[in-house]
Ligand binder design. Structure first.
Ligand code: ADP
Length: 324
């Protein structure tokens, strides 16, 4: 192996060691807020709460049984939209759905319920990462048990982005070793990309995301140039106020509804190196990188799960995979 390869492996091993000696708790800021929604809440109202608070997900609490009831995410809203598409006559019903109906909606549209994985905040961060990759969860709730009552308690939720940022901020001596370009380490997806254009309807794009099990679709023009990216979280403002019939409007229109503080989309080239990507993660709230050529033409997509997978698993057969 070249010096570049050796450094890359050394950097990755360094990060893996780091993830094993830190806990999920370490990722949390000193003070933070946690918005937990009661499962009795109307789905319609939950949308407003997320939007008003500038969040895209929240843990659910079943107050009848005093238990943690899973995580509400944009996937749940996409399920409601699918339900609406399959049973358009039941729009009045949809308006009355509570968060406790989410499991019934999954059953009605025939999707498998997402496994509610959680981790204890004091377990190694490495474990949270492995569990996220295994279940394809993009965020994972930290659940502890209250000493006095013996009841479950949601401490916080950590996302792939938070973990990668935590790595980027605390591991510069390892991330600077990751000098291999994206092209050489095969980071991301470059074939069978799901894309749409500005005139496609929001529903078209949602169906693409469901079909491919992805959380973002690049919006391109007739020359394959990247204009924008429609993300799963973009459906939230689209259905605010129960405006399901507006889902037939164009992606272009929907994207104009983004919050003013939308951080924008991030692009990179196939020649960019992983150290540069970590630098971007350290500085900005990236949710994925769109890989483009010099003319801004779409080449591929690097999701945060692709990066996390590389960090944890690349060349790790001999290290720890068999053990883990
Ligand atoms: P994440 O799990 O980080 O939210 P995604 O669900 O979007 O990311 O991505 C899951 C996998 O699908 C990744 O390997 C990613 O490279 C790939 N992918 C993401 N978006 C697309 C797309 N529009 N077309 C094809 N593949 C995609």
């Amino acid at each position: 192996p070249s010096a570049l390869d050796r450094d890359q492996m050394q950097g990755l091993r360094g990060i893996r060691e780091f993830l094993k000696v830190r806990t999920s708790y370490d990722v949390l800021p000193l003070s933070f807020r946690l918005i937990v929604l009661d499962t009795e809440l109307l789905i319609r109202k939950s949308l407003n709460i997320l939007i008003q608070n500038g969040i895209v997900s929240a843990p659910l609490w079943d107050s009848t049984n005093s238990t943690f009831a899973g995580l509400l995410t944009s996937t749940d809203y996409i399920n409601v939209i699918q339900y609406y598409c399959q049973f358009p006559d039941e729009i009045d019903q949809v308006d009355k759905f509570r968060l406790s109906s989410l499991r019934d909606i999954e059953r009605a549209i025939g999707v498998l319920p997402l496994e509610t994985v959680s981790v204890h905040p004091m377990r190694p961060l490495y474990e949270a990462c492995r569990r996220m990759l295994k279940t394809r969860a993009r965020r994972i709730p930290l659940v502890d048990v209250d000493d006095e009552t013996g009841r479950e308690m949601v401490v916080s939720v950590i996302t792939q982005y938070r973990i990668l940022k935590f790595i980027a901020v605390n591991n510069e001596k390892h991330t600077i070793l990751l000098r291999k370009p994206v092209r050489e380490i095969g980071l991301g997806t470059y074939t069978n990309l799901a894309t749409a254009d500005m005139n496609n309807s929001v529903l078209d794009v949602i169906h693409l995301m469901v079909k491919h099990n992805i959380s973002a679709v690049p919006i391109i023009d007739s020359e394959n140039k990247v204009l924008n990216v429609f993300e799963a979280v973009d459906v939230i403002p689209c259905i605010k106020g129960g405006a399901y019939d507006e889902l037939t409007s164009s992606v272009g229109e929907a994207l104009s509804k983004r919050a003013d503080d939308f951080p924008g989309i991030y692009t990179c080239s196939e020649d960019d190196r992983l150290d540069a990507i970590f630098e971007t993660i350290r500085k900005s709230r990236v949710h994925r990188l769109i890989v483009v050529d010099d003319d801004n033409r779409l080449k591929g997509i690097i999701s945060l799960s692709d990066i996390l997978k590389h960090v944890l698993l690349f060349g790790a057969e001999d290290d720890n995979i068999r053990a883990g």
